[in-house]
Structure formats: structure tokens, C-alpha cells
Design a protein around this ligand. Structure first.
Ligand code: UD1
Ligand code: UDP
Length: 367
């Protein structure tokens, strides 16, 4: 049986590499990896940590690329690869434009698609944009659906998708066995001298729907919080996209309580989060990782397709209004009971066996 995994961005790679490694252990399966190169440096960092090599790389990334560019370049690039390899199944992940275009390319070749991290929904087609629509469309195309949680399975059921749906947990939890270590020495040397007497807050913000006003508001909130709480240090690895990087550098670059870094490799990132007091983010992946590490997450979005962490009490949706962000962060800094209730909530995203379960399901069901 030939299985081809197609992915192209940092978070897809982080969540697909554990599955690649698991599938490669199985003698029944020939595993092929095709990267689209929607991301370049950010993808390379992950491949290096997991020591996964691509059999094909479409290298599509362009500076400040458009959604149309990503879609058409992936569709056109993947067609000859699929025609040559004729895999029995193509696995895609989550909600990126790589995932949507790869699923469509496989469909055009009548190759069944397996969707890893299926069934997440906000039901607002513009938020997250374009991810909500990407994920919904992949759900329509896919023949196999690997849902992280029971809630994700129910969302698919509501849309009439009931066949070949499996609840597996999220493969992101599988990564921690590789990444988080005691007495970890960071690859980025700046992080080896983090002050022991300060509360470290890991933060990221990069999403398309937050470009412009959203990011500006988030930076305002951070500057105000720094003025209020001198014992706090925000560590912000900034996305390479110039739309994000230029604005963040201008707004936070001169604040001594903010450490801006280049993107961290995933080992550094997970260990930084592990050292943090809480996490402030608009990322999807961080909303799943922080609960596993027992860290409260303040979500810098108006809505989330990951309500499980909010229901479990470990995440709180703050939006991008600076007053609201400041109010919630202030409560985390000053109200110990509130902090503990969030830090001690249970991680709802699985036990770190998702990749193993997905490999077992593929072998058992596709013979
Ligand atoms: C993409 C995904 C988003 C995901 C995010 C993870 C889509 C539409 N968006 O958004 O769902 O949350 O990845 O990080 O699929 N760049 C580099 N080097 C890199 C990566 C990016 O220079 O390694 C720059 C390039 O100028 C590129 C730009 O960032 O054009 C934007 O990249 P793109 O993948 O389009 O958007 P992201 O915001 O990264
Ligand atoms: N991440 C990383 N280095 C960074 C920032 C994030 O390794 O500098 C990891 C993070 O731990 C998570 C994933 O990248 O696993 C999240 O990616 P991102 O925020 O880019 O995308 P999203 O999850 O929002 O789709």
C-alpha cells in the first residue's frame, strides 16, 4: 500500500512528521512525503528536527504570496507527482491552502484523501480566514476523516459525514515525546539567559484576519501590560511574513520587556512554552500545545475552532480588543486562584498516540 503525505507549512509539518515516522515503521506501507514548500525556512526547521526528508518538494513559496498563487501552484505542481506515483491514499492535514489544494489535486486523479485533524469548525466562513473554508472543503473531498476529539466527530456528523470517521486525538501531542526535555539547552542562545526572576509569557500573532488593526491592538495591550507589570518578560518569535514582522518590530522592538526573536525551531518553542507562565496567541497549534504543558492560553481571536480547551477551562478567548486582553492578562498575573484553575485544567487533545492509531486504522481498513 502506497501512502503519500502532502504538507507545506510549519504547523502541518509539526503535526504530520510524527505520522510520517510512524508510517515508516510499518512494513505493509510504502510512505512518500511531498512538501509543497508553501513555507520555506519555517518548514525546513521542522523537517530538520524530525529528520524527515521529502521525496518531492514543489517549492512554491513566493514573497508575500497570494491565496490564488498557493492554490494554483499546488494544483499544477502536484498533478504530475500524483500521476507518476499513483498512491493508494493521499493524507493532508488541517486547514491550510496547501491542504485544500492538495486534496483537490488528489480528487482530480480519483485518489482517496485522508484528512488528519478533521472536523474543527467555527461556522464563520471568514474566521479564521481562509482556514475555516479550507477545512470544510477538505472535509467534503476526503474519504477518511481523523478527528482529534469527539466534538470534531459530531461536527462532521452534523454535516452528514458519518463513514470512515475516527476519533484519534491530535498528532501534535505525539510531538512532545521528541521535544520537551528536562534541563533543556536552547538552540537559540538568547533563550539560555532568560531572567529567573521574571514571569515569561510566550506570545505569537500572525493570522491573516489579525493583519493590520488586530496586530496593532495586540501590541498596544502588550506595551500597556509591561508598564503595569515590571516583573514580566514577553518572548515573541515573530513570523517571517513582512506584513507581520514590520509592524511588530515597529510597535514592540524598543520595549525592554519584550524579546523579539526569529522563528524558533519546534524543540525550542515547546521548551520555551514549558518555561512560561502563560501563552498569548492567535495560533491554532499553540491552543492545543499549551494545555498539554499545563499553561493557560489567552486566545487572540474573536472565535476559535478549538472550543475544547475553552470548555476544559485552560483557554480563554480574548479577541483583539486591547482592554479585554489587558483585563484577562491582569487577572492571570494577580489572581492566583484564577491562574491555577486554568493551569490545572485537563488537556482535551489526546494522549500522544494519535499517529499510531491513524497508522493502525489505515492498515486495517485499506487492505
Ligand atoms: C499559513 C497558513 C495558515 C497557518 C500558517 C502557519 C494558509 C492560507 N495560511 O499562513 O493557515 O496558520 O501558515 O504559520 O494556508 N514566509 C517566509 N518564509 C517561510 C514562510 C513564510 O518568508 O518559511 C513569508 C513569505 O513572504 C510568504 C508569507 O510569509 O509569502 C506568507 O506565507 P503564507 O503561507 O502565505 O501565510 P501564513 O501567514 O504563513
Ligand atoms: N512554532 C514554532 N516556532 C515558532 C512559533 C511556533 O515551532 O517560532 C510552532 C508551535 O509550537 C506550533 C506551530 O508552530 O506547533 C504553530 O504554528 P503557527 O502558529 O505558525 O500556525 P497555526 O497553528 O496557527 O496554524
Amino acid at each position: 500500500m502506497k501512502v503519500m503525505l502532502v504538507f507545506g507549512t510549519r504547523p502541518e509539518a509539526i503535526k504530520m512528521c510524527p505520522l510520517v515516522l510512524e508510517l515508516k515503521k510499518r512494513p505493509e506501507i510504502e510512505t512518500l512525503v511531498c512538501t509543497t514548500g508553501q513555507h520555506k525556512e519555517l518548514l525546513a526547521q521542522v523537517m530538520e528536527i524530525f529528520k524527515v526528508k521529502a521525496d518531492y518538494d514543489l517549492s512554491i513559496m513566493a514573497k508575500q504570496q497570494t491565496l490564488s498563487h498557493i492554490t494554483t501552484a499546488v494544483l499544477e505542481g502536484l498533478q504530475p507527482v500524483l500521476q507518476q506515483e499513483q498512491p493508494d491514499i493521499v493524507l493532508v492535514h488541517g486547514d491550510t491552502t496547501t491542504s485544500f489544494a492538495a486534496a483537490l489535486a488528489a480528487f482530480y486523479q480519483k485518489i482517496p484523501v485522508g484528512h488528519v485533524e478533521a472536523g474543527l469548525r467555527t461556522y464563520n466562513k471568514y474566521s479564521p480566514f481562509p482556514e475555516e473554508m479550507n477545512r470544510t472543503l477538505v472535509g467534503k473531498i476526503a474519504s477518511w476523516h481523523f478527528a482529534p476529539t469527539e466534538g470534531n466527530r459530531l461536527a462532521l456528523e452534523k454535516e452528514g459525514v458519518t463513514e470512515n470517521v475516527f476519533v484519534t486525538g491530535n498528532t501534535v501531542i505525539d510531538c512532545f515525546a521528541t521535544t520537551v526535555k528536562e534541563n533543556y539547552v536552547f538552540h537559540n542562545s538568547l533563550l539560555n539567559s532568560l531572567p529567573a526572576d521574571k514571569k515569561i509569557i510566550t506570545m505569537t500573532a500572525h493570522r491573516r484576519e489579525n493583519w493590520g488593526e488586530g496586530i496593532a491592538n495586540i501590541c498596544t495591550a502588550v506595551n500597556n501590560l509591561c508598564a503595569e507589570f515590571p516583573d514580566v518578560l514577553f518572548v515573541y518569535p515573530v513570523h517571517l511574513n513582512p506584513v507581520v514582522k514590520d509592524r511588530v518590530t515597529a510597535a514592540l522592538g524598543n520595549n525592554p520587556q519584550v524579546m523579539l526573536t526569529s522563528p524558533l525551531d519546534v524543540e525550542d518553542m515547546h521548551n520555551l512554552m514549558d518555561r512560561s507562565y502563560f501563552v498569548l496567541t492567535d495560533s491554532g497549534g499553540l491552543q492545543e500545545e499549551a494545555p498539554h504543558l499545563g499553561k493557560p492560553v489567552v486566545v487572540l481571536r474573536k472565535e476559535t475552532e478549538r472550543p475544547e480547551a475553552v470548555q476544559a477551562g485552560t483557554a480563554i478567548v480574548a479577541g483583539t480588543d486591547p482592554d479585554n486582553i489587558e483585563k484577562i492578562c491582569t487577572k492571570l498575573f494577580t489572581d492566583k486562584k484564577f491562574y491555577s484553575s486554568m493551569a490545572e485544567a485537563i488537556n482535551p487533545y489526546g494522549d500522544g498516540t494519535a499517529s499510531k492509531q491513524i497508522a493502525d486504522i489505515i492498515i486495517a481498513n485499506m487492505k
